[in-house]
Design a binder for this molecule. Structure first.
Ligand code: SF4
Ligand code: SF4
Length: 282
């Protein structure tokens, strides 16, 4: 399927879901995981309240806009955020790999067979790893040329049905990046998906409620799971290690005002290597 057909499919007929996830030939899983319950169909009340026109599932509980003016404002926010995503100044941390991933796909589809979502869905077209990327490329080509906004080009429209479907689609991915490992061009579809989530979350406040209520930042303090308690634990391990190695008992104060030395380490290493401070301390 080419990019324009994908875009037309997503921007038309908001009353008709692109696929019905409930009907998909879902792959059985091994062990206990294999006993997951079937996808629960939305109630009529939920269908009236929330966007679900991608696949009859609402992972994000996006409220349906009440008026055309609201829809237009949401589309405007999306395109504004899209422009920031493509801007080297606004998105300098991920701009280079994002641009490389957007510019280098050769449509070989090697990534498809590596994707657990695509395989588990029974190979439904909309869950291909490069499907989302093709949407992003088409929007970029039509609406953005360098830093200037353009409204000419391909024969499709970025409208609210397309934006709402793309938001849901950005959560039909585990961000495992298996697709990136097999891509001969180094395209990172997981990165593209994550950038889309960032756009929806930061620019439009669209994100799964559960992530805010029980997600990693609140529940675990940081994505690695490194809590204040574990940090204190780590300090004690280091003090003990110093004592063993040097015979000197040196106290390592935390948050000391006027300290002579400031020690900063990556949060990732401590949870991963709690038993082995030597690996990265000395
Ligand atoms: S494997 Fe890479 S080049 Fe091939 S379709 Fe997927 S993203 Fe594109
Ligand atoms: S990162 Fe997403 S698209 Fe890529 S293989 Fe994993 S689930 Fe599929």
């Amino acid at each position: 399927m080419n990019n324009e057909r994908i875009l037309k499919e997503l921007s038309q007929n908001p009353a008709i879901p692109v696929v019905n996830a409930v009907d998909l030939d879902l792959m059985p899983l091994d062990g206990d995981i294999g006993r997951i319950p079937p996808i629960r169909p939305l109630t009529d009340e939920e269908k009236n309240m929330y966007e679900h026109s991608l696949d009859n599932v609402s992972a994000l509980s996006i409220p349906k806009p009440g008026t055309k003016a609201e829809e237009a404002e949401l589309v405007r926010s999306f395109l504004s955020g899209f422009g920031k995503m493509l801007s080297e100044d606004d998105n300098w941390t991920f701009w280079q790999p994002l641009m490389c991933s957007l510019e280098n796909c050769v449509q070989c589809q090697a990534c498809s067979d590596a994707c657990p979502i695509y395989i588990a869905s029974g190979r439904a077209e909309i869950y291909r790893p490069s499907y989302r990327a093709e949407i992003v490329r088409a929007i970029k080509r039509k609406y953005f040329n360098g830093s200037s906004l353009r409204t000419t080009g391909s024969n499709f429209e970025v409208n609210w049905p397309l934006v709402a479907r793309l938001a849901e689609l950005s959560y039909r991915c585990t961000l495992c990046r298996r697709c990136a490992l097999v891509c001969p061009m180094g395209v990172d579809n997981g990165l593209i998906t994550r950038e889309l989530r960032k756009l929806f979350s930061q620019e439009m406040s669209i994100a799964p409620t559960e992530l805010h209520a029980m997600g990693t930042m609140i529940q675990l303090h940081m994505p690695s799971g490194y809590t204040p308690d574990r940090f204190e634990q780590m300090i004690q391990v280091v003090e003990s290690d110093i004592a063993i190695k040097t015979g000197k008992h040196i106290s390592l104060p935390v948050d000391k005002t006027g300290a002579d030395f400031l020690f900063i380490q990556t949060s990732l290493e401590s949870p991963a290597w709690l038993k082995c401070p030597e690996c990265y301390y000395f």
